[in-house]
Design a protein. Structure first.
Length: 256
């Protein structure tokens, strides 16, 4: 999906996507190392080792945390494959430990500005799928609004983001990273930040579809509060299917 900056910010600020498993597999093969450890570090890691580390982190989590872990991962893959205008400027792995990373779920850069994402994931269980989707979008919006609010702002989120940017490969222009760091510093000190992406990921193996009209209505309501907002709704059948794809990508004969 190739969008102009104007389209992304105004006209086409709504994506609804059911990510195809073949697309997931291809994107994983091409991007997993850079996604997890940073594109500057791709030559220093083997994809089999990265898959092992990914699965190790997955297995350490509770059931609900696994939904969050895979949901956020799917969103990274979605951005990499579908939204050419945004370049991920953050890494998926917590670099210091195997727990969830602090700060923004995904920091995106469109060549001029940053976009701040919040992802909320979970199973539908026996709930109404549209109510479940609206709840996740509302929770994601409230969380990102709190993070971007000027009052009591946690500036460590931006410091963490800077450390992530050091691991991302940009163009060969020497001053580009410095310029990007300056934009991020300016954002940290800016009173009004409105570039937000709120993401709902629902795991559900039924054939019930999301109601597009309800999502569009929710989008219009949120846009009244933050004009530069995008909604992403992703639906997948199971967490386990994503894990199976990762295991299939690995060339190891046996997995521990």
């Amino acid at each position: 999906m190739s969008l102009s900056r104007l389209e992304f910010r105004t006209y086409n600020s709504l994506f609804i996507e059911d990510v195809d498993y073949k697309t997931i597999e291809t994107t994983i093969k091409e991007n997993l190392i850079g996604l997890c450890w940073g594109t500057e570090n791709e030559e220093f890691y083997d994809i089999n080792d990265v898959i092992d580390e990914f699965l190790e982190r997955f297995e350490r989590k509770s059931k609900e945390q696994k939904y969050g872990y895979i949901g956020e991962f799917l969103y990274y893959l979605y951005i990499l494959h579908n939204v050419e205008i945004i370049k991920p400027a953050s890494v998926f792995f917590n670099q210091e430990e195997r727990g969830f990373k602090k700060g923004f779920d995904l920091l995106g850069y469109d060549g001029k500005e940053f976009w701040y994402s919040e992802v909320k994931s979970g199973s539908r269980d026996n709930k109404n799928i549209d109510e479940c989707n609206m709840e996740r979008l509302s929770t994601a919006y409230n969380d990102i609004k709190t993070k971007l609010a000027y009052k009591n702002r946690n500036t460590n989120y931006w410091d963490t983001a800077k450390s992530n940017i050091c691991k991302i490969k940009f163009s060969g222009i020497n001053d580009e990273r410095k310029e990007i760091m300056k934009i991020l510093t300016d954002d940290r000190n800016r009173e009004e930040l409105s570039n937000a992406i709120v993401v709902s990921v629902i795991f559900d193996d039924s054939d019930v579809t999301l109601n597009i009209d309800k999502i569009q209505k929710k989008f219009r309501i949120l846009q009244q509060e933050k004009k530069n907002i995008t909604i992403v709704c992703i639906r997948k059948k199971t967490v386990e299917k994503v894990i199976e794809i990762l295991q299939g990508v690995s060339s190891r004969d046996e997995r521990i």
